[in-house]
Design a protein around this ligand. Sequence first.
Ligand SMILES: [Zn+2]
Length: 470
Amino acid sequence: MDFELLDSLIQSKKEQFWEMSDQIWGFAEMRFKEDQSSRLQMEFLRNEGFTVEEGIGDIPTAFSARAGSGRPVIGLLGEYDALPKLSQEADVTVKKPLAEGAPGHGCGHHLLGTGCLEAAVAVKDYLLEHPGQGTIVYFGCPAEEGGAGKAFMVREGCFKDCDICLAWHPYSATFASVSSLANARIIYRFTGKSAHAATSPYLGRSALDAVELMNVGCNYMREHMIPDARVHYAVTDTGGDAPNVVQAHAEVIYSVRAPRVDQVCELAERVHNIARGAALMTETKVEIQVVSAYADVLQNKVLDNLVYGHMKEIFPLDYSHEELDYAEKFHAVGDPGDWTLYQTMAAKIMGENGKAFFRGAMADVCVPPLPLKQGSTDVGDVSWNVPSAWFGSACFALGTPAHSWLAVAQGKSSIAHRGMTGAASVLARTALELMERPELVEAAWEEMKEAKKNCEYRCLIPEDVRAGSF
Ligand SMILES: [Zn+2]
């Protein structure tokens, strides 16, 4: 493979992608509302000669863009959704919203999507100079945050013709492949009967009481669930703000996570029963609605090792003094828990050598693939249907928690830009190697089929729930 050519192709266009990610950072659009972000990317890809298909999977802000021909078909999974209430001025180390209450890119999806797109363009450009066999497809995937966009896209068959899918995610560390927890998001809507809380409380039936009892019940359940499971909730409707009115309606959203989809099903059923019990106790009614769900990421050793090999060629990046000074400022206000976690991890997997890493303001090592299950991502749903790999690239100073204003503040910096372009190089190298060595694609499929003998993929989202209904 001609890496020199690939690198020069990436170098020649990188500024355009830095500008694109900055623009998407500015749009900061939430789940299923990524109109400007997806339009900007589609326009760019059309100008680059890609064939764009809009609104795939019946989702207005989802699209695909393909170039090249024949097999293998390599999919790159881009994202561009922002998070609520994280608006933040760039490059400042104090919390300072640009617009109070507005969304912000606290998970770096402006970099994630643009980095995948940058890789797709580089592969297309490379194939123009070195004609070979293979198709590269960039997927614009909406609503990773809470909306499980890719799970709906899997259900609608969007990735059916892909041989391999690749993705990455910006973090404060660089690592090859970790897995994730399966996750279901469920709304519990209680309906009671309103009454004056002082003159005739006996006529009322409180939906808010039901929510409170449900939460108490779930908190008692914690002792009796598997240790790796996670259950968390947010009360999204308290039924009003008048204490002298019995609340006729109330709502709570639960997120139920566990290492495997079947464990999430089992645990969710127990949470449903607690909700039903709370309704019975309070003589209210409960409506249960699963609105989104994510499978765990099925790791693929063939792909993970391939990706890791290319990551070591690119990472860790060399940072300039200015970049390190910049990172130092954010490191100083960051969360020490965040980087000590990485220090412990490095010591555990690299022994004595590992103790030297994660001591500065920027990640200084590339962590090998780990069988760890952390967080949740809808890449999981893709990984059970098409062999997939994803990795993390350091785009923020160590100590920057995900989903924080600190991540938003660093989102347009040169460390973020260069972390993204580094990730794009890894994705492009991996895609091109898969095109040159089809036996790797076959081996990756064998591995996925073998894993599925023990555990079939199941989408937890009910058939009648449409993308964007939540
Ligand atoms: Zn994310």
